[in-house]
Design a protein around this ligand. Structure first.
Ligand SMILES: C[S@@+](CC[C@H](N)C(=O)[O-])C[C@H]1O[C@@H](n2cnc3c(N)ncnc32)[C@H](O)[C@@H]1O
Length: 820
């Protein structure tokens, strides 16, 4: 087989999984893209009518088109999308490259508001066609600053089916690297404006069991700063109960007094995403190495044991970290999600696998094991999406040679001798339910996406709902009014003991999750009384009186050290609202009385200098206060808004301990509170000057901006650029940016690359120092060489692929573009 080596080969280790993982990034020739077992297995499953089979198989061999999504707050996304539609796409129509016409990007038909795009252009076109080079450069910069997310089309689907609203409590159980988390955050922030962020009352917990990958998650979500975000690092299948005080719970009318009077409750979620690890054969167009290694046993293993996940994402992680520990259990993750869901709440279960054993079989087993759930009919949810219904019947293969002859589990087990039975890796749930059961479960309501339907990857989605309460819950205010304040005060005083985690976290035997289940009653308590301390999760079947939720109890005598051991993150401490740092920020930024000064936290070892202030919303604050951060392995909470100004200016003024500046990433969050004293108005010419030099002299700006800023004391300010015109460039919408004022100069407090992206977006060219320096360097190199100009280093695309978390390959030479 002629094979081109994939990227990143230097880290390759010999043997087994590592080799296989590396192979997945290899490029193989089309003629070698075949696997008899794959074909035999999926033909046996009857996944598609015979007439579609060849088209399907051929499409599986085509490279995947490039797709991206315009990200960020809704208003900002619409604006950028208008630029793509109105400025870039018209220039990309009718492009002919080496005699062939190249299609311009097209909007993905089912994505709301046309905010997702697809194009299929070879790399050499991106590099050499002037029109596409410019577009590519634009994409690279906008991706870097988080306005565009390079994401596979099908991967955009699960958050769309969750329909998150700003007040929802949401958990993304297997979230890294975080492309779907970003979409969920955007939905939570639906009320953001162009210049300021809302503070949603809801919550998003983005969780991943892989410690290193949670940093990808943090990086990814920092692009949409949110006081509602928490990132945790736990095994989703044993995600612990999160405690919240009674004030954060909703009590239906007939809640028993004893229940309502409890001090703490278990946080239950409105929306849960289970984008579980999978065998990943739906990503074969992106990872053609799968052709070589595909086996039905991958899917069988993931259904039951959680063999090391081999989807593109996890394969890459495995090769990076050489991790061989067991990964997820699809069924257990889904079951855990079901137990954490509010009545009326919704779960999306998704995989990038075509295998029914990882899809419908998991969903069927979960629905059968926990009553009170149903598959939701969302067939009309995304007009324009072409899909096939979920399967009601399939034939698991009992070995890798595709033996699908056993119609039932019983047939299979009976075919084995006694000794073999004990060792069988097959479960009854690998087999389909009876046709009657399948119909009752509504498995056809699942979504199967095949590559040939809309030129995408393969994908599976199921939307589960926990049946809503029989009567709508009255507004919180009218319920049990006398309990909250008192109960909360008591809760806050109480010494919340550290609950212990399931022994799986400690490397011990895995508890049988099936035992957690209790009968669902008609009780409407939405938030569970929290677990007692000193426990691992387990069900107390004896106490079903208070709630319809399974009682997850902590087992006595188990230690808490499992999850929190070796957890070295800094603690989370709320800073007193009258702390001199907070007072100074309020004074310097003229913060109004609505500023949530009680919701500011610091993450320092006790006694260390405070360097950053984070802002969280009320529910995040409650969680941080009522849960041991190490037990829930809390990696981050809220968003950083103020940073200590290090440097001589602050020292000279003798107030370096309280001199904080507003951070660009946090500006949208604090903007609604900043008063006129800290805001200066400027025009487009001032913006250009701020971009063109690192430290432009104050005297170089025009009035009235020059005189206004000159009169102000040195420090951190916000500049509000009003819409206007400069030559043939126009600023169509207001823009707010942070600056630092020194004695004689000003600094635009943005990262270099963010400055370039901004410049390209507004002035149509990169006017920054960085771009001029890059161009000068290139000229120097060209002069120094007698040969043709040496290619300057490519502009780095975002550090990680939005989709996989892998280091991305540079697609073009941005430095050339800058000079053009
Ligand atoms: C399919 S990927 C998720 C992709 C992600 N939702 C996105 O859109 O960017 C599966 C993820 O599950 C994580 N994972 C594997 N086992 C897990 C477990 N037991 N609990 C939580 N996360 C797990 C992996 O580290 C991997 O990041």
């Amino acid at each position: 087989m002629a094979k081109k080596k994939g990227r990143g080969q230097k880290g390759q280790k010999s043997g087994g999984r590592d080799e296989a993982a590396w192979a997945r990034t290899d490029v193989i020739e089309r003629e070698h893209m075949k696997n008899e077992r794959f074909e035999k297995y999926y033909k046996a499953q009857n996944i598609l009518p015979e007439s579609e089979w060849d088209t399907f198989l051929e499409k599986m061999k085509d490279p995947l088109p490039t797709t991206f999504r315009v990200a960020g707050s809704r208003q900002a996304a619409r604006l950028l999308n208008d630029t793509i539609k109105g400025v870039h796409v018209p220039h990309l129509g009718g492009v002919v490259f080496e005699g062939e016409s190249v299609s311009p990007p097209q909007q993905i038909p089912w994505y709301p508001e046309g905010l997702a795009w697809q194009f299929n252009v070879a790399k050499k076109v991106l590099r050499k066609s002037p029109e596409f080079k410019k577009f590519h450069s634009f994409l690279v910069f906008e991706t870097e600053v988080g306005n565009i997310s390079r994401q596979e089309a099908v991967s955009m689907l699960p958050p769309l089916f969750l329909e998150v609203e700003p007040h929802h409590r949401v958990i993304d159980m297997c979230a890294a690297p975080g492309s779907k988390t970003a979409q969920l955050l955007e939905a939570l922030h639906a009320n953001d404006t162009l210049t300021s962020s809302s503070i949603p009352s809801g919550l998003l917990i983005a969780n991943d069991s892989d410690y290193k990958r949670t940093y990808l998650l943090i990086h990814q979500s920092s692009r949409l700063p949110s006081p509602s975000l928490m990132v945790t690092n736990l095994d989703a299948s044993i995600f612990p109960a999160i405690k919240i005080p009674s004030e954060q719970t909703t009590f239906p009318a007939h809640t028993k007094a004893r229940v309502a009077a409890k001090r703490q409750y278990q946080l239950m979620f409105d929306r849960i995403l289970c984008d579980v690890p999978c065998s990943g054969d739906g990503t074969i167009r992106k990872n053609p190495g799968i052709w070589k290694h595909w086996s039905p046993m991958d899917g069988n293993g993931l259904h039951r044991f959680g063999l090391p996940c081999s989807c593109s994402i996890c394969a890459i992680r495995n090769e990076l970290t050489a991790v061989s520990a067991p990964l997820s259990l699809q069924l257990r993750i889904l079951q855990r999600a079901m137990r954490m869901l509010k009545k009326g709440g919704r779960i999306v279960y998704s995989t990038c696998s075509l295998n029914p054993v990882e899809n419908e079989a998991v969903v069927a087993a979960a629905l059968k094991s926990i009553p009170g759930f149903e598959l939701v009919d969302m067939s009309n949810h995304l007009p324009g999406l072409i899909y096939r219904q979920g399967m009601t019947s399939w034939k698991p293969s009992v070995n890798k040679e595709i033996n699908t002859e056993f119609a039932t589990y019983q047939d299979y087990i009976q075919s084995l001798d006694e000794a073999q039975r004990g060792n069988s890796k097959m479960l009854e749930s690998h087999w389909p339910p009876t046709p009657e059961e399948a119909e009752k479960l509504g498995l056809t309501r699942c979504f199967r996406i095949y590559p040939h339907l809309q030129d995408t990857g393969g994908f599976f989605i199921a939307v589960l709902q926990k049946k809503p309460p029989s009567k709508p819950a009255p507004p919180k205010e009218s319920v049990n009014s006398k309990r909250s304040a008192e109960a909360l005060a008591e809760a806050e005083k109480s010494d919340v003991k550290k609950p212990k985690l399931d022994n799986e976290m400690q490397g011990g035997a895995v508890e049988d999750r099936e035992t957690e289940e209790t009968e669902e009653g008609d009780d409407e308590v939405l938030d569970e009384p929290a677990q007692d301390a000193n426990a691992t999760m387990n069900v107390d079947q004896s106490n079903t009186e208070a709630s319809s939720e399974p009682k997850i109890r902590f087992k006595k005598g188990k230690t808490a050290e499992g999850a929190s051991a070796h957890f070295k993150e800094n603690p989370y401490t709320f800073i007193a609202p009258d702390d001199p740092i907070v007072t100074a920020c309020i004074e310097n930024f003229d913060l109004n009385s609505d500023f949530p000064k009680a919701n500011m936290l610091v993450r320092n070892p006790i006694g260390d200098t405070v360097r950053s202030l984070y802002m969280v919303n009320d529910i995040v604050k409650s969680i941080v206060q009522h849960n041991d951060y190490a037990r829930i392995r809390l990696m981050t909470a809220g968003t950083k808004v103020f940073g200590k100004q290090e440097g001589t200016e602050a020292k000279r003024e003798g107030n370096e301990t309280t001199h904080f500046r507003v951070l660009a990433e946090g500006l949208p969050v604090v903007m609604p509170y900043i008063g006129p004293k800290a805001i200066v108005e400027a025009d487009l010419a001032a913006l250009k000057t701020l971009l063109e030099a690192y430290y432009p002299l104050t005297s170089g700006f025009a009035d009235p901006f020059r005189s206004t800023i000159s009169e102000k004391p040195n420090g951190s300010y916000v500049v509000r650029f009003r819409p206007g015109q400069l030559g043939n460039v126009s600023l169509t919408h207001e823009l707010v940016l942070p600056i630092w004022k020194s004695n004689v100069s000003l600094t635009l407090m943005l990262e270099k690359r963010a400055k370039s992206a901004l410049s390209l977006r507004i002035f149509g060219e990169d006017v920054t120092v960085r771009a001029r320096e890059a161009a000068a360097k290139k000229r120097e190199q060209a002069q120094a060489s007698a040969e043709l100009p040496v290619e300057a280093p490519a502009i780095e695309e975002s550090a990680v692929d939005e989709e996989t978390g892998e280091n991305v390959e540079h697609l073009g030479n941005g430095a050339e573009e800058l000079e053009a």
